[in-house]
Design a protein around this ligand. Sequence first.
Ligand code: FES
Length: 138
Amino acid sequence: MPEPKNNGFEPNIIAFLCRWCSYAGADLAGVSRMTYPSNIIPIRVNCSGRVDAEMIIRAFEKGADGVLIGGCHPGDCHYVNGNYKTRRRVLLLKRALEQVGIDPKRLHLEWISLTERIKQLGPSPVKIDPANRCYQPK
Ligand code: FES
């Protein structure tokens, strides 16, 4: 059997999450007692546009193996165009990271819109039965 390439390596991932979309999702996961990997450290920001180059570089300097920025979908930013600024910033920063020997794939920008995703999925297949205070399939 081949040895795993990472020898049990567990990465430290800093996730800068917009409070309006991705952080709300992570928070909801916690409230719902869902789990996500403990090696992801979420940091709430008011908008992905708030995440500047210095914050990302500092995360790598302090030992992050990867940095995730979660923001609202283009057109959904609560501060009009913060996510567009983030997209441009991340493109430039990826080039800069490559120049200093950091694989640009370690920096990831993700648009997260729970509303759009749920619209595509449709109504939830479960509902809470108020009499029994438990989930019931619809
Ligand atoms: S408010 Fe979410 S990315 Fe701007």
